[in-house]
Design a protein around this ligand. Structure first.
Ligand code: G6P
Length: 368
């Protein structure tokens, strides 16, 4: 049943391994031959999307990181300006809402107090409409929003969110392509991304097959007090999510920075006790990253790089490279989330923490 761990030691591990199936479920019935079916967002979506001039995305925790990725996608493929904010800040400031703004909430549970309060606050502020991307049908957020898209991840028990996040990202790419379609995104790009989305569950399976290698990497973290995650562009939020996972379940202090900011502060922290994890799916990034990596190496820092299998980066003393299958570059944030989930999971198991129920945290924060 839904609440059984089956063959897995923890719910979190089970939920990580469910990702090929639930990403496929999130795509099910929503893809046409060469484009996303806009009606997946409801019968009025097409007319409404035509009127969208900007988007405000509001969420908490892991869901907020999904929103940060979506900003890169929506501005690039739909050409619509996007703001992303944590709900606990959004709901207490004097938000300016330009005409034609769509309000979007992201939530696994649909019951997070701050996100729900943000939606209620937004309803009084003249937004065009509200869209909830959510995993729980019938939740408060779903009931109170004008449009909804369910993430289809099934019940998530582990407090550290895994499959809910990757299905949110999948749903957000669907949203990007649906809005893009209405806003005139060229057909070739739509078709290319739809094909890439169809292939995603298989690629996710291939990343899960790297589990033993990732488990081997985890040994290097178990004794550490701190870790630094680096990413650029849409992979900066993935670095943030990687750091959050490590904090949540292994209690190791972790921070994430856009790689270009390394020299503006965090480099001062780097030494042999501070492992640096870099999410680097493409060569353009790798070129820029290489000089950052040298700076890290020069300070004795140990580097762990998640990179494309076709990439040029070689392993050398102090640099471990884990190669991932090649993926459409726009979908890489989804694929590169997986090794970071597995890494945190194995570090937590090594440390003997309560993986599914980390101290001081709740699955759903329904009070402020
Ligand atoms: C809690 C959970 C997180 C989750 C966040 C937002 O902090 O522990 O895993 O990301 O709430 O929850 P939501 O249900 O709104 O996505």
């Amino acid at each position: 049943g839904a609440a059984s761990k089956g063959e897995y030691r923890h719910f979190m591990l089970k939920e990580i391994h469910e990702q090929p199936a639930v990403i496929a479920a999130a795509l099910e019935g929503r893809l046409g031959e060469r484009s996303v079916l806009v009606e997946s967002f409801g019968p009025d979506a097409e007319a409404l999307f035509g009127r969208v001039r900007q988007i405000h995305i509001v969420a908490c925790g892991t869901s907020y990181h999904a929103g940060m990725v979506a900003r890169y996608w929506l501005e690039r493929f739909a050409g619509v300006p996007v703001q992303v904010e944590v709900a606990s800040e959004y709901r207490y400031r004097q938000v300016v809402v330009p005409e034609g703004t769509l309000f979007v909430t992201l939530s696994q549970s649909g019951e997070t107090a701050d996100t729900l309060a943000a939606l209620r606050f937004a309803r009084e502020r003249g937004y065009l409409a509200s869209l909830a991307i959510c995993n729980v049908p019938g939740s408060s957020l779903v009931r109170e929003s004008d449009l909804t898209l369910m993430t289809q991840a099934g019940p998530e028990v582990g407090v550290a969110s895994t499959k809910a996040f990757t299905t949110q990202l999948t749903a957000l790419m669907l949203f990007t392509l649906a809005l893009g379609r209405v806003k005139g995104l060229d057909e070739a790009t739509q078709a290319e991304l739809v094909t890439a989305l169809r292939g995603l569950p298989r690629l996710v399976e291939r990343v899960l097959a790297l589990d033993t290698e990732i488990e081997a990497l985890s040994m290097a973290f178990a004794e550490k007090q701190h870790a630094l995650f680096l990413g650029r562009g849409a992979h900066f939020p993935i670095a943030l999510e990687g750091a959050l996972k490590l904090k949540e379940i292994s209690y190791i202090h972790a921070e994430a920075y856009p790689a270009g900011e390394l020299k503006h502060g965090p480099l001062a922290l780097v030494d042999s006790e501070m492992p640096v994890i870099s999410v680097a799916p493409n060569d353009e990034l790798l070129d820029k990253l290489k000089s950052n990596l040298q700076e890290v190496r020069a300070r004795g820092g140990e580097l762990f790089v998640f990179a494309d299998e076709g990439g040029a980066l070689a392993e050398e003393e102090g640099i471990r490279v884990l190669r991932l299958p090649h993926v459409h570059e726009a979908l890489a944030p989804i694929l590169y989330t997986l090794p970071l989930q597995l890494l945190s999971y194995h570090v937590a198991v090594l440390k003997g923490t309560d993986v599914d129920q980390p101290r001081n945290l709740a699955k759903s924060v329904t009070v402020e």
